[in-house]
Design a protein around this ligand. Structure first.
Ligand SMILES: NC(=O)C1=CN([C@@H]2O[C@H](COP(=O)(O)OP(=O)(O)OC[C@H]3O[C@@H](n4cnc5c(N)ncnc54)[C@H](OP(=O)(O)O)[C@@H]3O)[C@@H](O)[C@H]2O)C=CC1
Ligand SMILES: O=C(CO)COP(=O)(O)O
Length: 328
Protein backbone atom coordinates (compact mmCIF):
# COMPACT_ATOMS: atom_id res chain seq x y z
CA UNK A 1 0.00 0.00 0.00
CA UNK A 2 1.52 3.35 -1.06
CA UNK A 3 1.08 5.90 1.75
CA UNK A 4 2.87 9.07 0.65
CA UNK A 5 0.13 11.57 -0.11
CA UNK A 6 -2.83 12.51 2.05
CA UNK A 7 -6.06 14.33 1.22
CA UNK A 8 -7.96 15.67 4.21
CA UNK A 9 -11.55 16.58 3.37
CA UNK A 10 -13.07 19.20 5.65
CA UNK A 11 -11.61 22.63 6.25
CA UNK A 12 -12.76 23.06 9.84
CA UNK A 13 -10.71 22.89 13.00
CA UNK A 14 -10.12 19.14 12.95
CA UNK A 15 -9.48 18.78 9.23
CA UNK A 16 -6.92 21.57 9.39
CA UNK A 17 -5.26 20.04 12.46
CA UNK A 18 -5.10 16.59 10.87
CA UNK A 19 -3.63 18.10 7.70
CA UNK A 20 -0.96 19.70 9.86
CA UNK A 21 -0.30 16.41 11.71
CA UNK A 22 0.07 14.54 8.42
CA UNK A 23 2.42 17.23 7.12
CA UNK A 24 4.50 16.97 10.30
CA UNK A 25 4.61 13.22 9.66
CA UNK A 26 6.31 13.99 6.34
CA UNK A 27 3.37 13.45 4.03
CA UNK A 28 2.36 15.77 1.16
CA UNK A 29 -1.08 16.99 2.08
CA UNK A 30 -4.09 18.33 0.18
CA UNK A 31 -6.58 20.11 2.43
CA UNK A 32 -9.91 19.96 0.63
CA UNK A 33 -12.15 22.87 1.57
CA UNK A 34 -15.56 24.00 0.32
CA UNK A 35 -14.65 26.81 -2.08
CA UNK A 36 -11.85 28.06 -4.31
CA UNK A 37 -11.90 31.29 -2.39
CA UNK A 38 -11.19 29.49 0.91
CA UNK A 39 -8.43 27.45 -0.73
CA UNK A 40 -6.79 30.54 -2.22
CA UNK A 41 -6.86 32.35 1.13
CA UNK A 42 -5.26 29.38 2.90
CA UNK A 43 -2.56 29.00 0.25
CA UNK A 44 -1.80 32.73 0.23
CA UNK A 45 -1.46 33.05 4.02
CA UNK A 46 -0.52 29.49 5.11
CA UNK A 47 -3.25 29.89 7.70
CA UNK A 48 -6.86 28.82 8.01
CA UNK A 49 -8.03 31.80 10.01
CA UNK A 50 -11.68 30.75 10.20
CA UNK A 51 -10.83 27.32 11.64
CA UNK A 52 -7.66 27.76 13.66
CA UNK A 53 -6.94 31.46 14.09
CA UNK A 54 -3.26 32.37 14.30
CA UNK A 55 -1.97 28.87 13.52
CA UNK A 56 0.68 28.86 10.80
CA UNK A 57 0.36 25.80 8.57
CA UNK A 58 3.11 23.63 7.17
CA UNK A 59 4.38 24.39 3.66
CA UNK A 60 3.61 20.74 2.83
CA UNK A 61 -0.13 21.58 2.90
CA UNK A 62 -1.86 22.78 -0.26
CA UNK A 63 -5.53 23.72 -0.02
CA UNK A 64 -7.93 22.96 -2.88
CA UNK A 65 -11.66 22.76 -3.42
CA UNK A 66 -11.87 19.40 -5.22
CA UNK A 67 -10.56 16.00 -4.16
CA UNK A 68 -7.83 14.69 -6.46
CA UNK A 69 -5.97 11.35 -6.31
CA UNK A 70 -4.34 10.64 -2.92
CA UNK A 71 -2.93 7.54 -1.22
CA UNK A 72 -4.75 8.22 2.07
CA UNK A 73 -8.08 10.03 2.41
CA UNK A 74 -9.12 11.53 5.73
CA UNK A 75 -12.72 12.60 6.28
CA UNK A 76 -13.05 15.42 8.81
CA UNK A 77 -16.53 16.86 8.49
CA UNK A 78 -19.24 16.67 11.19
CA UNK A 79 -20.75 13.21 11.69
CA UNK A 80 -24.11 14.34 10.26
CA UNK A 81 -22.41 15.56 7.05
CA UNK A 82 -20.40 12.45 6.21
CA UNK A 83 -23.09 10.81 4.06
CA UNK A 84 -23.69 13.98 2.01
CA UNK A 85 -19.97 14.43 1.56
CA UNK A 86 -19.51 10.85 0.35
CA UNK A 87 -22.52 11.17 -1.93
CA UNK A 88 -20.83 14.11 -3.66
CA UNK A 89 -17.47 12.35 -4.12
CA UNK A 90 -16.40 10.18 -7.05
CA UNK A 91 -16.28 6.66 -5.50
CA UNK A 92 -13.41 5.76 -7.85
CA UNK A 93 -11.17 8.14 -5.85
CA UNK A 94 -11.83 6.06 -2.71
CA UNK A 95 -11.84 2.52 -4.12
CA UNK A 96 -9.09 0.40 -2.56
CA UNK A 97 -7.78 3.42 -0.61
CA UNK A 98 -7.50 3.79 3.15
CA UNK A 99 -10.21 6.19 4.26
CA UNK A 100 -9.70 7.51 7.79
CA UNK A 101 -12.94 8.47 9.54
CA UNK A 102 -12.34 11.10 12.19
CA UNK A 103 -15.82 12.41 13.05
CA UNK A 104 -17.17 11.47 16.46
CA UNK A 105 -20.89 10.86 16.26
CA UNK A 106 -23.78 8.61 15.29
CA UNK A 107 -26.03 9.44 12.36
CA UNK A 108 -29.53 10.75 12.97
CA UNK A 109 -32.25 8.52 11.53
CA UNK A 110 -30.08 5.53 10.60
CA UNK A 111 -28.24 5.25 13.98
CA UNK A 112 -25.18 4.46 11.85
CA UNK A 113 -21.54 4.63 12.89
CA UNK A 114 -19.22 6.50 10.53
CA UNK A 115 -17.73 3.29 9.14
CA UNK A 116 -21.23 1.96 8.41
CA UNK A 117 -21.90 5.12 6.39
CA UNK A 118 -18.66 4.59 4.49
CA UNK A 119 -19.56 0.95 3.82
CA UNK A 120 -22.94 2.08 2.41
CA UNK A 121 -21.60 4.89 0.26
CA UNK A 122 -18.16 3.63 -0.82
CA UNK A 123 -18.05 -0.13 -0.22
CA UNK A 124 -14.69 -0.52 -1.96
CA UNK A 125 -12.89 1.89 0.36
CA UNK A 126 -10.80 0.55 3.26
CA UNK A 127 -12.30 2.06 6.42
CA UNK A 128 -10.21 3.10 9.43
CA UNK A 129 -11.34 5.08 12.46
CA UNK A 130 -9.25 7.61 14.34
CA UNK A 131 -10.23 8.78 17.81
CA UNK A 132 -8.67 9.85 21.08
CA UNK A 133 -7.82 12.86 23.26
CA UNK A 134 -6.91 15.49 20.70
CA UNK A 135 -8.04 19.09 20.66
CA UNK A 136 -7.46 20.52 17.19
CA UNK A 137 -5.54 23.51 18.55
CA UNK A 138 -3.13 21.21 20.38
CA UNK A 139 -2.54 18.89 17.44
CA UNK A 140 -2.06 21.76 14.99
CA UNK A 141 0.40 23.50 17.29
CA UNK A 142 2.47 20.34 17.64
CA UNK A 143 1.64 19.74 21.29
CA UNK A 144 2.02 16.01 21.99
CA UNK A 145 -0.88 13.61 21.98
CA UNK A 146 -1.69 9.99 21.25
CA UNK A 147 -4.77 8.54 19.56
CA UNK A 148 -6.22 5.19 18.50
CA UNK A 149 -6.33 4.18 14.83
CA UNK A 150 -8.50 1.10 14.29
CA UNK A 151 -8.86 -1.00 11.17
CA UNK A 152 -9.70 -4.54 10.16
CA UNK A 153 -6.28 -5.58 8.87
CA UNK A 154 -3.50 -5.41 11.50
CA UNK A 155 -0.58 -4.87 9.14
CA UNK A 156 -2.41 -2.24 7.06
CA UNK A 157 -3.43 -0.42 10.25
CA UNK A 158 0.15 -0.41 11.56
CA UNK A 159 1.45 0.86 8.21
CA UNK A 160 -1.14 3.64 8.22
CA UNK A 161 -0.30 4.55 11.83
CA UNK A 162 3.36 4.82 10.83
CA UNK A 163 2.50 7.04 7.86
CA UNK A 164 0.52 9.45 10.08
CA UNK A 165 2.84 9.41 13.12
CA UNK A 166 4.94 12.48 13.76
CA UNK A 167 7.03 13.89 16.58
CA UNK A 168 3.92 15.07 18.42
CA UNK A 169 1.18 12.80 17.06
CA UNK A 170 1.29 9.15 18.06
CA UNK A 171 -1.40 6.83 16.65
CA UNK A 172 -1.71 3.42 18.33
CA UNK A 173 -2.98 0.70 16.00
CA UNK A 174 -6.05 -1.26 17.11
CA UNK A 175 -8.64 -3.58 15.59
CA UNK A 176 -11.91 -2.80 17.37
CA UNK A 177 -13.58 -0.25 15.10
CA UNK A 178 -16.92 -0.62 16.86
CA UNK A 179 -15.44 0.08 20.29
CA UNK A 180 -13.48 3.07 19.05
CA UNK A 181 -16.43 4.59 17.19
CA UNK A 182 -18.89 4.12 20.04
CA UNK A 183 -16.38 5.55 22.51
CA UNK A 184 -15.76 8.60 20.33
CA UNK A 185 -19.46 9.25 19.85
CA UNK A 186 -20.53 8.68 23.45
CA UNK A 187 -17.79 10.70 25.11
CA UNK A 188 -19.44 13.77 23.58
CA UNK A 189 -22.73 12.84 25.26
CA UNK A 190 -21.00 12.46 28.63
CA UNK A 191 -19.11 15.72 28.04
CA UNK A 192 -22.47 17.47 27.67
CA UNK A 193 -23.51 15.90 30.98
CA UNK A 194 -20.28 16.92 32.73
CA UNK A 195 -20.60 20.46 31.40
CA UNK A 196 -24.17 20.53 32.70
CA UNK A 197 -22.93 19.42 36.11
CA UNK A 198 -20.57 22.39 36.11
CA UNK A 199 -23.20 24.79 34.74
CA UNK A 200 -25.60 23.73 37.48
CA UNK A 201 -22.91 23.97 40.17
CA UNK A 202 -23.29 20.36 41.25
CA UNK A 203 -19.63 19.99 42.21
CA UNK A 204 -16.50 18.12 41.14
CA UNK A 205 -17.52 14.96 43.01
CA UNK A 206 -20.70 14.66 40.95
CA UNK A 207 -18.68 15.13 37.78
CA UNK A 208 -16.21 12.38 38.71
CA UNK A 209 -19.05 10.00 39.64
CA UNK A 210 -20.68 10.76 36.30
CA UNK A 211 -17.48 9.99 34.40
CA UNK A 212 -17.14 6.63 36.19
CA UNK A 213 -20.78 5.63 35.66
CA UNK A 214 -20.56 6.92 32.07
CA UNK A 215 -17.60 4.65 31.51
CA UNK A 216 -19.60 1.67 32.83
CA UNK A 217 -22.55 2.59 30.60
CA UNK A 218 -20.27 2.98 27.60
CA UNK A 219 -18.87 -0.50 28.28
CA UNK A 220 -22.40 -1.95 28.22
CA UNK A 221 -23.11 -0.21 24.91
CA UNK A 222 -19.85 -1.31 23.27
CA UNK A 223 -20.33 -4.91 24.37
CA UNK A 224 -23.95 -4.97 23.19
CA UNK A 225 -22.84 -3.72 19.78
CA UNK A 226 -20.21 -6.41 19.39
CA UNK A 227 -17.15 -4.37 20.36
CA UNK A 228 -14.73 -5.01 23.21
CA UNK A 229 -15.06 -3.24 26.55
CA UNK A 230 -11.26 -3.54 26.79
CA UNK A 231 -10.96 -0.90 24.03
CA UNK A 232 -12.32 1.61 26.52
CA UNK A 233 -9.17 1.34 28.64
CA UNK A 234 -7.34 3.02 25.74
CA UNK A 235 -7.02 6.46 24.22
CA UNK A 236 -10.39 6.51 22.44
CA UNK A 237 -12.15 5.50 25.66
CA UNK A 238 -10.62 6.62 28.92
CA UNK A 239 -8.25 9.04 27.16
CA UNK A 240 -10.93 11.07 25.41
CA UNK A 241 -13.41 10.79 28.28
CA UNK A 242 -10.79 12.23 30.65
CA UNK A 243 -10.08 15.12 28.28
CA UNK A 244 -13.53 16.09 27.12
CA UNK A 245 -15.39 15.53 30.38
CA UNK A 246 -13.07 17.77 32.41
CA UNK A 247 -12.12 20.56 30.05
CA UNK A 248 -13.90 23.85 29.46
CA UNK A 249 -12.01 23.89 26.15
CA UNK A 250 -14.34 21.14 24.88
CA UNK A 251 -17.21 22.47 22.78
CA UNK A 252 -19.48 19.73 24.09
CA UNK A 253 -18.57 20.61 27.66
CA UNK A 254 -19.25 24.30 26.93
CA UNK A 255 -22.63 23.44 25.42
CA UNK A 256 -23.43 21.34 28.48
CA UNK A 257 -22.51 24.24 30.77
CA UNK A 258 -25.08 26.39 29.02
CA UNK A 259 -27.75 23.68 29.41
CA UNK A 260 -26.81 23.23 33.07
CA UNK A 261 -27.24 26.94 33.59
CA UNK A 262 -30.84 26.55 32.43
CA UNK A 263 -30.65 27.54 28.77
CA UNK A 264 -32.55 25.60 26.10
CA UNK A 265 -30.83 23.78 23.21
CA UNK A 266 -32.45 25.94 20.52
CA UNK A 267 -31.36 29.08 22.33
CA UNK A 268 -27.74 27.89 22.64
CA UNK A 269 -27.66 26.87 18.98
CA UNK A 270 -29.15 30.21 17.92
CA UNK A 271 -26.48 32.05 19.89
CA UNK A 272 -23.88 30.66 17.44
CA UNK A 273 -22.46 27.84 19.57
CA UNK A 274 -19.65 25.90 17.97
CA UNK A 275 -20.23 22.33 16.76
CA UNK A 276 -21.13 20.06 19.71
CA UNK A 277 -21.58 16.58 18.24
CA UNK A 278 -23.20 15.22 21.42
CA UNK A 279 -26.34 17.28 20.76
CA UNK A 280 -27.19 15.25 17.64
CA UNK A 281 -25.73 12.01 19.01
CA UNK A 282 -27.63 11.96 22.35
CA UNK A 283 -31.05 11.03 20.87
CA UNK A 284 -29.42 8.55 18.49
CA UNK A 285 -27.52 6.91 21.35
CA UNK A 286 -30.72 6.76 23.42
CA UNK A 287 -32.54 5.05 20.54
CA UNK A 288 -29.63 2.66 20.05
CA UNK A 289 -29.55 1.75 23.75
CA UNK A 290 -33.27 1.12 23.67
CA UNK A 291 -33.04 -1.07 20.57
CA UNK A 292 -30.23 -3.08 22.20
CA UNK A 293 -32.03 -3.28 25.55
CA UNK A 294 -29.08 -1.63 27.29
CA UNK A 295 -29.69 0.20 30.57
CA UNK A 296 -28.36 3.71 29.78
CA UNK A 297 -29.72 6.20 32.33
CA UNK A 298 -27.05 8.82 31.64
CA UNK A 299 -27.56 8.81 27.88
CA UNK A 300 -31.32 9.04 28.52
CA UNK A 301 -30.75 11.93 30.91
CA UNK A 302 -28.69 13.89 28.38
CA UNK A 303 -31.25 13.12 25.69
CA UNK A 304 -34.00 14.54 27.91
CA UNK A 305 -32.06 17.70 28.76
CA UNK A 306 -31.10 18.30 25.12
CA UNK A 307 -34.73 17.77 24.05
CA UNK A 308 -35.93 20.03 26.85
CA UNK A 309 -38.30 17.38 28.22
CA UNK A 310 -36.74 17.45 31.67
CA UNK A 311 -34.70 19.83 33.80
CA UNK A 312 -31.45 19.23 35.65
CA UNK A 313 -33.01 19.11 39.13
CA UNK A 314 -35.52 16.40 38.12
CA UNK A 315 -32.80 14.47 36.29
CA UNK A 316 -30.52 14.49 39.34
CA UNK A 317 -33.37 13.46 41.64
CA UNK A 318 -34.29 10.63 39.26
CA UNK A 319 -30.72 9.33 38.96
CA UNK A 320 -30.07 9.49 42.71
CA UNK A 321 -33.26 7.60 43.56
CA UNK A 322 -32.69 4.65 41.21
CA UNK A 323 -32.68 1.38 43.14
CA UNK A 324 -29.30 0.70 44.75
CA UNK A 325 -27.34 -2.07 43.06
CA UNK A 326 -23.99 -3.78 43.07
CA UNK A 327 -21.33 -1.80 41.19
CA UNK A 328 -20.20 -4.50 38.73
N1 LIG B 1 -12.11 20.16 16.83
C1 LIG B 1 -11.55 19.17 17.50
O1 LIG B 1 -10.76 19.40 18.44
C2 LIG B 1 -11.84 17.76 17.14
C3 LIG B 1 -12.92 17.41 16.35
N2 LIG B 1 -13.18 16.10 16.05
C4 LIG B 1 -14.33 15.73 15.25
O2 LIG B 1 -14.14 16.19 13.93
C5 LIG B 1 -15.42 16.44 13.30
C6 LIG B 1 -15.37 17.83 12.66
O3 LIG B 1 -15.16 18.75 13.71
P1 LIG B 1 -14.48 20.17 13.48
O4 LIG B 1 -13.57 20.19 12.33
O5 LIG B 1 -13.92 20.56 14.78
O6 LIG B 1 -15.76 21.05 13.16
P2 LIG B 1 -15.81 22.50 12.51
O7 LIG B 1 -17.17 23.01 12.78
O8 LIG B 1 -14.63 23.29 12.95
O9 LIG B 1 -15.62 22.23 10.96
C7 LIG B 1 -16.44 21.40 10.19
C8 LIG B 1 -16.05 21.64 8.74
O10 LIG B 1 -16.71 20.68 7.92
C9 LIG B 1 -17.17 21.38 6.76
N3 LIG B 1 -18.26 20.63 6.15
C10 LIG B 1 -19.47 20.33 6.67
N4 LIG B 1 -20.17 19.60 5.79
C11 LIG B 1 -19.40 19.44 4.70
C12 LIG B 1 -19.58 18.81 3.44
N5 LIG B 1 -20.69 18.13 3.16
N6 LIG B 1 -18.57 18.86 2.54
C13 LIG B 1 -17.44 19.53 2.82
N7 LIG B 1 -17.20 20.15 4.00
C14 LIG B 1 -18.17 20.11 4.92
C15 LIG B 1 -17.63 22.71 7.34
O11 LIG B 1 -17.78 23.64 6.31
P3 LIG B 1 -18.90 24.80 6.49
O12 LIG B 1 -18.48 25.57 7.72
O13 LIG B 1 -18.79 25.55 5.23
O14 LIG B 1 -20.21 24.08 6.69
C16 LIG B 1 -16.46 23.04 8.25
O15 LIG B 1 -15.38 23.59 7.55
C17 LIG B 1 -16.46 16.31 14.43
O16 LIG B 1 -17.07 15.04 14.36
C18 LIG B 1 -15.63 16.39 15.71
O17 LIG B 1 -16.19 15.66 16.79
C19 LIG B 1 -12.38 15.09 16.50
C20 LIG B 1 -11.30 15.39 17.29
C21 LIG B 1 -10.96 16.73 17.67
O1 LIG C 1 -13.00 15.33 20.43
C1 LIG C 1 -12.40 16.26 20.90
C2 LIG C 1 -11.14 16.11 21.66
O2 LIG C 1 -10.67 14.79 21.65
C3 LIG C 1 -12.96 17.63 20.77
O3 LIG C 1 -14.01 17.76 21.66
P1 LIG C 1 -15.12 18.88 21.45
O4 LIG C 1 -15.73 18.62 20.10
O5 LIG C 1 -16.06 18.70 22.58
O6 LIG C 1 -14.40 20.21 21.50
Amino acid sequence: MRLETVAVIGGGAWGTALAQAAAMAGRSVALVVRTNRQAEAINATHMNEAALPGQVLSGRIVAMSQLAQADIIVLAVPAQSTRTLLNDLDPALLAGKPVVLSAKGLETGTLARQSEILRDMAPEALGFVLSGPSFAVDVAAGRPTAVTLAGDDASETSALALALAGPSFRPYAADDRIGVEIAGALKNVYALACGAVEGANLGASARAALIARGYAEMARMVTAMGGSAHTLTGLAGLGDLALTCTSVQSRNYQFGMALGAGRQTAEVLASGAKLAEGVATAPVAAALAKSLNVDAPLIDAVDAVVAGTSDIASIVAGLMSRPLKREI
